[in-house]
Design a protein around this ligand. Structure first.
Ligand code: KG4
Ligand code: ZN
Length: 397
């Protein structure tokens, strides 16, 4: 079975679209990436010190069609049978699209100007992120997906953003280019997802059985990085900034000026709490005048505190679940130090446990992972949720 999937991601501050062709093989699902474009708004939001939802919504509206036009151009270069010229769109369909995009006038304008003469023939399904995320941002992507679905008469299916992060880890790229294969992991599998909005440990016994066995009770890890970065006068997003400082401190052996807590490290569950860490940094910078080296030392201590808590809880989850595989996902997994520490933890929990780390370019938000998640559902016959699709800010597994 072969499926061609167009996927759309707008849950936060990345506008991203991908087109993939997936085929079942004995090894897993083989994926040809015809195009994958990620347009980041991070620079615009940096001014506000975090993601500003109304700005994210507006930018998605302005960027979706230009991003899709790039996807169309790249895909056509690889596969001439796709996105061929089509006959003029029926007026009734155009009216329907106008209604769907009532609240997105920019998008409607762009579609009328650029897409009415383009055929969607050959695409089997459209995957769109339905949550979790910022609802105004999610709605733009969903309404765009619905408009394309009406224009091209293709089904649109909602995808959970965190499922995308999880499946991204199982995508092993081939030696060259962007193509790859979605491996079927040995189950049971335990996954640690760490992003700007989430920190959770999930147990899976099959492709479709997700059980959250641990989660943060307050801030997510990425959020703790971002808030701590702000306290240290660093720019948004704070994760890469802190990890850069921490790395320098480790290299130059700069010690921590103070000791930070390891919240909930000894509790018998797999839950987390990171807000106390940020508060401890808040008091430390309020009560001291740290120089640049001391700030680097503090960043190092912060990162080590995060690593200590994550590795302790992951070890517990892996052994309790008898995991055969362990996957990681989310923007924080771009962090080299955490990648190393967590990989080491899996090896300590069992030398037979397979480790699945996402490639660096798939740690942050992207549409490829959304397409990969739908590919898993379609190829493994997992029932896919259908319309009505709505944005759900706190969508759960
Ligand atoms: O998954 P993601 O791109 O968006 C959400 O779904 O939230 O994650 C973004 C988060 C931000 O908080 C960012 O600071 C963090 O990932 N992040 C990092 C690093 N790169 C990005 N955190 C720690 N170290 C990094 N190198
Ligand atoms: Zn994310």
């Amino acid at each position: 079975m072969q499926k061609t999937i167009l996927s759309i991601e707008t849950s936060c501050d990345e506008t991203s679209i991908a087109l993939i062709k997936t085929t079942e093989t004995t090894d897993g699902i083989s994926v040809e990436v015809l195009s994958h474009i990620v347009h980041s708004q991070a620079n615009l939001h940096a001014e506000f010190g975090g993601v500003f939802p109304a700005l994210a919504k507006r930018e998605h509206g302005l960027n979706l069609v230009p991003v899709l036009l790039k996807v169309i151009k790249e895909s056509k270069e690889k596969e001439s049978e796709i996105f061929k010229d089509s006959k003029p769109t029926d007026e009734r369909i155009q009216e329907e699209i106008k209604k769907i995009l009532e609240r997105e006038p920019d998008l409607y304008e762009h579609i009328v100007r650029h897409l009415l003469g383009v055929s969607g023939e050959g695409i089997d399904a459209i995957a769109v992120t339905a949550g979790p995320g910022l609802e105004p941002a999610l709605w733009v992507g969903i309404n765009f997906a619905k408009a394309l679905s009406t224009l091209w008469n293709i089904p649109v299916l909602p995808i959970n953003h965190m499922e995308g992060h999880l499946v991204a880890a199982l995508f092993l790229p081939t030696q060259t280019g962007q193509n790859g294969i979605i491996k079927t992991p040995k189950f049971p599998m335990t996954t640690l997802l760490v992003s700007g909005g989430h920190t959770e440990i999930i147990h899976m016994d099959t492709w479709s059985s997700y059980k959250i066995v641990g989660q943060t009770r307050d801030d997510a890890v990425g959020e703790a990085y971002d808030k701590t970065a702000r306290l240290l006068g660093l720019s948004y997003p704070g994760g890469p900034e802190i990890s850069r400082l921490a790395e320098r401190a480790r290299k130059e052996n700069i010690p921590a000026p103070i000791e930070l807590p390891r919240p909930m490290i000894n509790t018998p569950d797999c839950d987390f709490s990171f807000s106390g860490l940020k508060t401890a940094v808040l008091y430390a910078v309020r009560d001291n005048e740290f120089n640049e080296d001391e700030k680097a030392g503090l960043a190092r201590e912060f990162e080590e505190a995060i690593a200590d808590v994550l590795t302790t809880k992951l070890f517990k989850a892996l052994t309790e679940h008898g995991a055969q595989s362990c996957a990681f996902g989310g923007g924080v997994m771009a962090n080299k130090y955490l990648r190393e520490k967590l990989t080491q933890t899996v090896q300590e929990a069992g030398s037979n446990i397979d480790v699945y780390m996402p490639t660096h370019n798939l740690t942050g938000d992207n549409a490829l992972m959304i397409g990969l998640a739908l590919a898993v559902q379609l190829h493994h016959d997992i029932s896919v949720a259908h319309e009505p699709i709505r944005a759900t800010g706190n969508l759960k597994f």
